[in-house]
Design a protein around this ligand. Structure first.
Ligand SMILES: C[S@@+](CC[C@H](N)C(=O)[O-])C[C@H]1O[C@@H](n2cnc3c(N)ncnc32)[C@H](O)[C@@H]1O
Length: 249
């Protein structure tokens, strides 16, 4: 992995990034950015991070994301023909790799992270890619109702850490999935019991769950989930409403 914050390459990106962010920066200050390279599945991924205080945890490439990419590489995953949604994309590295591996991918995050994701998608995914990724705001527990429930794959890396978000995340996962959906969530346990509780106590109430990959040195588990409990009548009618709205747009 290479970090080139002072290189010619960074200067080029600085121009583009400052265009993107200048509307949000009344002082006219250039945002700081960092560029890193990661190699997975034969691709050289150039990931730019926008370092301003609004970005928070989105401004990092987390080890859980890299672990998910390692898993795709090790298992030679091919997403061709699959409709994929990523939650909490951050820099977009996971969703970008899934798109390069053939998936019809939607990357999502909170609004403040979307420009960074858009930029990384534009740099890494060629126009010739069969399905150009979509990028959309999805705040857990609120925006999922604007998305369908027909995804083949849902991805998430390092999205399980604030216990207050657990009910929102659960609600979102249940809305987006159906009986045929496979969900992969890579979680760094960080020696704390909250994430452990989410995966070992909360998730198994609604999903079949098993660990399919472990990054021992970083204490990261990759969980594979499928829906277990049938959805409630209320959930199903909400999905029907969503489908109707999406079709009429
Ligand atoms: C720790 S970062 C992980 C980023 C990326 N997946 C990775 O592995 O590098 C968590 C991501 O989840 C997003 N996130 C946190 N809470 C969220 C919420 N309530 N709704 C939507 N996204 C959220 C953050 O904006 C951030 O990009």
């Amino acid at each position: 992995m290479e970090e080139r914050s002072g290189s010619r390459k960074t200067a080029k990106h600085m121009d583009k990034s400052s265009n993107v962010l200048s509307k949000e920066d009344p002082e006219g200050n250039l945002p700081s950015i960092l560029v890193n390279h990661y190699q997975f599945c034969g691709y050289d991924l150039e990931i730019t991070r926008y370092l301003n205080e609004r970005m928070g945890v989105s401004a990092f490439v987390w080890n859980s994301g890299l672990t998910l990419c390692q898993f795709f590489q090790q298992e030679k995953i091919n997403f061709s023909g699959m409709k994929v949604l990523e939650l909490g994309s951050g820099t977009g590295i996971v969703g970008i790799l899934a798109a390069l591996l053939g998936g019809e991918v939607t990357l999502t995050d909170q609004i403040q992270a979307l420009k960074q994701i858009e930029y990384n998608v534009s740099v890494n995914v060629p126009d010739s890619c069969r399905h150009l990724p979509k990028i959309r705001a999805l705040s857990w527990g609120f925006d999922q109702v604007h998305f369908p429930s027909d995804y083949d794959i849902i991805l998430g890396s390092d999205i399980v850490y604030y216990p207050s978000d657990f009910p929102l995340l659960l609600q979102t996962l249940r809305h987006l999935s159906n009986q045929r959906t496979t969900i992969y969530i890579a979680t760094e346990l960080r020696g704390c019991c909250a994430a452990h509780k989410f995966h070992e106590e909360i998730i198994p109430q609604y999903f079949n769950s098993r660990i399919v990959y472990r990054n021992q040195s970083a204490d990261i588990n990759l969980y594979k989930l499928t829906l277990k409990v049938p959805k409630t009548g209320e959930e199903l009618s909400m999905e029907k409403e969503t489908r109707k709205k999406l079709l009429s747009n």
